[in-house]
Design a protein around this ligand. Structure first.
Ligand code: GLA
Length: 394
């Protein structure tokens, strides 16, 4: 007999309606009223591939590539700058100053360029006195002034980090910036980067559009999978307007196999995580492009219902992840985390289907459909591989 998940958050749903109720009873009362993040955000950020290596040319070329590759048309819209874009010192009026060596044309010109491509631009700040790389000031005590500066430049997204915070509670520091952003009148997506320290899923939905649930991801299987697991604990808190964030994608950065990256992209999509690319999209290889441009997988991430898929069964290293989709469909991910080939099985009872239900199973990576499946879905999977499906009941 197969062991079921032991923790409360991955208890097994007994029917599709129960799954629905799970979603509806999410403990999310007040949502941040900025109209953003109705589905998880999609875009790019430089940190995973180019930490601390920003410049105007990189952003221009990345925006160009987002459009020319077709990724923009698939929904990737934010071009986000991470740490190290500003001078270490504010100007005499206390304003943040873009680093003139790397951004000689300034931030308004950069935002105009990104907007001219039909894209949006994100920037990075810190809810402390200094950013994590210590190369630029944080916004603690300057929240309104900095929010106004960002709005005046035409910024659309703020990733707000947690370094050098003087021990002040994150609720206090992040709420202040959230209010300051709202007060600008410009819709600015608010992405909290608090690393999950003070359980942000329990308080951030009312002030942010996403919140990190983990420390920084690294480009290796162990790191990636541990972020997925940590993020899974908070599934019930996510939904339209505010999302759990297990950190940005490493797909295409070279240190995992293509099949491991396929699992990474599948897990993030199923878990309604932000799809923020972290590779050099100017020079993606075909495998990377095939992974991040899979429309059917992206559609799971961007599904209207907005319910985070969860780990619903674990038998040693063999796992079933699943979540409800609009139209009474169900997303299923079968994954082998172990060292050798094995068969992974999703029973209907694992994934919220009554035993009598007959489904068509669309394999989202093979782009093929198997009709009239009953009772269970299984796949024989090599080490560190997965299969992802959408099941449509008859
Ligand atoms: C922290 C964040 C990262 C990145 C760096 C930049 O570590 O968690 O995502 O923004 O700071 O210095």
């Amino acid at each position: 007999m197969r062991a079921k998940c032991s923790s409360s958050h991955c208890s097994v749903a007994s029917g599709i309606n129960q799954n629905r109720k799970l979603g509806e009873s999410r403990p999310r009362r007040d949502l941040l009223d900025n109209g953003l993040g109705r589905t998880p955000q999609m875009g790019w950020n430089n940190f995973n591939h180019f930490p601390g290596k920003l410049n105007e040319e990189l952003i221009h070329q990345t925006a160009d590539a987002m459009v020319s590759t077709g990724l923009a048309a698939l929904g990737y819209e934010y071009i986000n700058l991470d740490d190290c874009w500003a001078e270490l010192n504010r100007d005499s009026q206390g304003n943040l100053v873009p680093n003139a060596t790397i951004f000689p044309s300034g931030m308004k010109a950069l935002a105009n360029y990104v907007h001219s491509k039909g894209l949006k631009i994100g920037i990075y700040g810190d809810a402390g006195t200094l950013t994590c790389a210590k190369t630029m000031p944080g916004s603690l005590g300057y929240e309104e002034q900095d929010a106004n500066t960002f709005a005046s430049w035409g910024i659309d997204y703020l990733k707000y980090d947690n370094c050098h915070n003087n021990g002040i509670s994150p609720q206090e520091r992040y709420t202040k910036m959230s209010k300051a952003l709202l007060a600008t009148g410009r819709p600015i997506f608010f992405s909290l980067c608090e690393w999950g320290y003070a359980d942000p899923a329990t308080w951030a939905p009312s002030i942010g559009n996403s919140w990190r649930t983990t420390g920084d991801i690294k480009d290796n299987w162990g790191s990636m999978i541990s972020k997925a697991d940590q993020n899974d604990a908070w599934a019930s808190y996510a939904g339209p307007g505010g999302w759990n964030d297990p950190d940005m994608l490493e797909v295409g950065n070279g240190n995992m196999t293509t099949e491991e990256y396929r699992c990474h992209f599948s897990l993030w999509s199923l878990a309604k995580a932000p799809l923020i690319l972290g590779c050099d999209i100017r020079s993606m290889d075909n495998d990377t492009f095939e992974l991040v441009s899979n429309k059917e997988v992206i559609a799971v991430n961007q599904d209207d219902l907005g319910i985070q898929g969860k780990k619903v069964n674990k038998t040693g290293d063999l796992e079933v992840w699943s979540g409800p989709l609009s139209g009474d469909r169900v997303a299923v991910l079968l994954m082998n985390r172990g060292p050798s080939t094995a068969t992974v099985t999703a029973e209907w009872s694992d994934i919220g289907l009554n035993s009598s239900v007959i489904v068509d199973a669309r394999d989202l990576w093979e782009h093929s459909t198997t009709t009239s499946i009953q009772l269970q879905l299984d796949a024989t999977l090599d080490s560190h591989t997965c299969k992802m499906y959408v099941l449509t009941p008859h």
